[in-house]
Design a binder for this molecule. Structure first.
Ligand code: NAD
Length: 267
């Protein structure tokens, strides 16, 4: 049985992950972490499901990691950095689903993966993993005279914008035209008037209600446009992907992987 630690256990994704662990015979809830000061500390992790697991929610990271196989993190970047360091010390693998990292924080994740196995993906769903491949392919074919716009909508509680998935889709589009996103001109409409510069990648963010996650990549040319869309209707899709990633890491002592590795998609 794979011993799993869930970080951010009282959050929206934490809830979906607990549900996934409870219904999988190959997984055992080893520990449940939440932020210091959370009203959930000291409560049984199964309480909201009417279960007694004997696992109390804690903010004490080092003891929670003792004897664990993998930590699944859906929290905030500052917390993920703390877990990254603790997992390296305790030799516990990591699935990082958190989004909103700075470039320096991403570099820290890459460096840690030399010592411990890590799956790092801003979107753990099968559908978005496929969409990343489709966008790269579309941008490769429509590589001249098409403007690329990544449109996303999420619930009103989401803190980072554009979403990690939108940025990942932007990277896929940039790769399709043999560039890195950081080398592409990014079209930002805020405070800008006048014509759009050709060959830019744009991001449009919408927030509201309880939208789990919608992403559309528009490749707009003269006389036609192609739109590639994914809509998530339940967080279970991300939780299932994250738990699949946890199992994938079982025989990976080190290395940085994404969901395309986990799902065996061509890169
Ligand atoms: P949420 O706000 O519902 O939950 C966040 C959890 O993290 C809470 O339990 C909170 O107490 C905890 N937390 C916050 N700050 C902390 C800290 N400093 N230390 C420890 N714990 C802390 O958020 P959510 O909707 O569950 O999303 C969490 C993260 O996962 C976000 O970054 C979101 O963008 C990302 N996400 C990723 C995917 C994916 O597939 N990769 C899918 C959905 C959400």
């Amino acid at each position: 049985m794979l011993k799993v630690v869930i970080a951010g256990v009282s959050g929206r994704m934490g809830h979906a992950l607990l549900d996934g662990v409870f219904s999988d015979n190959g997984l055992q809830l080893h520990a449940a972490l939440d932020r210091a000061g959370s009203p959930m500390l000291g409560r049984d992790a199964g309480e909201q499901f009417g279960k007694v697991t004997g696992v109390k929610i804690t903010s004490d990271v080092a003891p929670a990691l003792q004897g664990a196989d993998v930590l699944v993190d859906f929290t905030r970047p500052e917390a993920s950095m703390q877990y990254l360091q603790a997992c390296q010390q305790a030799n516990v693998k990591l699935v990082i689903g958190t989004t909103g990292f700075s470039e320096a924080e991403k570099s820290a994740i890459t460096a840690a993966a030399r010592h411990v196995g890590i799956v790092f993906a801003p979107n753990m769903s099968v559908g978005v993993t496929l969409l990343i491949n489709l966008v790269e392919q579309a941008a490769r074919v429509l590589n001249e005279g098409y403007d690329i716009e990544v449109v996303e909508m999420h619930h009103r509680h989401k803190v980072d914008a554009p979403s990690g998935t939108a940025l990942r889709l932007g990277e896929a589009a940039a790769k399709g035209i043999d560039k890195a996103l950081k080398d592409c001109a990014v079209y930002a409409r805020e405070g800008v008037t006048g014509e759009r510069e050709a060959g830019t990648i744009g991001f449009a963010t919408m927030r509201g209600g309880d939208v789990v996650g919608d992403h559309t990549v528009v490749l707009a040319g003269v006389g036609e446009r192609v739109e590639l869309t994914h809509k998530a209707s339940s967080r279970a899709t991300f939780a299932q992907g994250a738990l699949r990633a946890a199992k994938f890491l079982a025989d990976k002592p080190s290395g940085l992987f994404d969901m395309r590795d986990v799902l065996g998609f061509a890169k």
